[in-house]
Every structure is written in structure tokens, then in C-alpha cells.
Ligand binder design. Structure first.
Ligand code: URA
Length: 243
């Protein structure tokens, strides 16, 4: 059983907020009866109509996109910039990105129309790990990296412990490649964490999301996640382990 407004949003009728308005305005019928109660729950066997048109429930779909730099990870952009959705012209379902990557960040991003799955993947309490490779200006020493590991103070609170590993150092260029694994998803978190220790990020790529990597894809390419991968991600969120 699911809440009526969620079912409407899921079917692509309108956003959840707008779906609530449709219900309150008496435009929604369940099994032929007008329903104006927002808490109403419906099951797959209920017949839902909006303004006389019967709802068709979308199948859930799950894609992995290797996001290139220079596109935004929202479904529309007020400035008309290219979005991750532009890379899925053939997909009919109303997919959206699971979490976000900055305009200038590349790497793994999952796209789906399954809101519950998205919640499992993004809420920090489920602890899905995201690994990033950051190229930073300057060469942080062990002490600086330890600060990131322990957590740094940002405007919106202290970051949770992270796993941090120096990958390579380019002494001539004065830069370093550092691997950092976090399970939170604060806005621009990795960039702000490195800013906080005085080593600004020049380039950022999300290497993995749970057990999913961009392996086999070029930037800008996408593929469907297998049923097995989706199941593994769910198990990972629910138990902290790959089943
Ligand atoms: N952290 C960032 O700073 N940017 C991203 O895109 C993702 C994580």
C-alpha cells in the first residue's frame, strides 16, 4: 500500500506537492469514488483516476551514468544548461538522479524513477559509501589527511569520519591525487572538506557508488543496472554488506 500522492507522482502525473493539491481539489478518484484525504493509501489493485483519466503505473528503471564534467545533475535547469536527462533521450520513464554531482564533477551517478530506492541510496543513515578521486592543489601531509579522516567543521556541521588515501603526488606541478570515501552527501562536500584543510580541489571524479563503478563506460555513456546490481545496492543499504 502506498500513499495516493506518492502513487500519482510516481506515475508522472505531477510532483508530490502538486499531486496533493489535485487530491484536495477533488480531482482524484479511487475505484470510482472521489478521495480528498491526503493520507489515503492505495494498492496495485486499486483503480486510480485523475480528472477522468486512469493512471498507468510506470515500471521502475535503474541506470548507471558516467557523468561527464560540464552538465548539471538536476532534471531541469533554469539557465537552460545541459542536464543529465539530456543523456537519456530514449527513456520514457520520469527518471531523476540519485543524489547530485556538481557541474564540474564527473563519475558515477545513478538515475531512476524509484523514490524509495533513491532514499535508501542517499540518506546517510544507510551508509552507502561513495568514493571520490580528488586532484588537489598542494601536497597535503599525513596530518592534514588525518583531519579529513576524523571529520572537519563545515558551515552545516562536522563531517563524519572518512577514509582517505594518498594515491600519487606530482611534485613538479605541486598537486596530489587523493582518494576519499564518504557516506554523507552534503552539498559540495568533498570540495568543501579539502577547502577546510587548505588544499582546494582542481578536479573531482566519483569513482564508485556502493559497489557500482564506471568500469566499461566512457564519460557521457550510460547502461541499465542489472537486477542483481540493484538488489546488491539495496542489501548494502539495509545490512551494510553485499549479500
Ligand atoms: N562532493 C563535491 O564536492 N562535489 C560533488 O559533486 C560530489 C561530492
Amino acid at each position: 500500500m502506498e500513499r495516493l500522492q506518492k502513487v500519482l507522482a510516481q506515475a508522472g502525473v505531477a510532483s508530490r506537492r502538486k499531486s496533493e493539491t489535485l487530491i484536495i481539489e477533488g480531482k482524484v478518484k479511487v475505484n470510482g469514488v472521489v478521495v480528498t484525504e491526503l493520507g489515503t493509501k492505495v494498492s496495485n489493485s486499486d483503480r486510480v483516476e485523475v480528472e477522468g483519466v486512469q493512471l498507468v503505473k510506470e515500471d521502475y528503471v535503474y541506470y548507471l551514468l558516467y557523468k561527464p564534467r560540464g552538465i548539471i545533475s538536476t532534471v531541469d535547469d533554469e539557465k537552460g544548461r545541459k542536464t543529465v536527462l539530456d543523456l537519456f533521450p530514449q527513456v520514457e520513464q520520469r527518471i531523476f538522479p540519485v543524489g547530485r554531482l556538481d557541474y564540474d564533477t564527473s563519475g558515477v551517478i545513478i538515475m531512476t524513477n524509484d523514490g524509495d530506492f533513491s532514499y535508501l541510496m542517499t540518506h546517510p543513515k544507510f551508509g552507502i559509501k561513495k568514493k571520490y578521486i580528488a586532484k588537489v592543489k598542494g601536497i597535503p601531509d599525513r596530518e592534514a589527511l588525518r583531519k579529513l579522516e576524523k571529520g572537519v567543521d563545515l558551515d552545516d556541521g562536522k563531517t563524519a569520519p572518512a577514509h582517505v588515501k594518498m594515491q600519487t603526488v606530482d611534485k613538479k606541478a605541486g598537486t596530489a591525487l587523493i582518494e576519499i570515501t564518504i557516506h554523507e552527501g552534503k552539498n559540495r562536500q568533498v570540495r568543501r572538506m579539502f577547502d577546510a584543510i587548505g588544499y582546494p580541489v582542481q578536479k573531482l571524479r566519483r569513482e564508485s557508488f556502493g559497489n557500482i563503478t564506471t568500469h566499461g563506460l566512457n564519460a557521457g555513456e550510460a547502461r541499465e543496472l542489472t537486477k542483481h546490481e540493484v538488489k546488491q545496492l539495496r542489501v548494502l543499504a539495509e545490512t551494510g554488506k553485499i549479500g
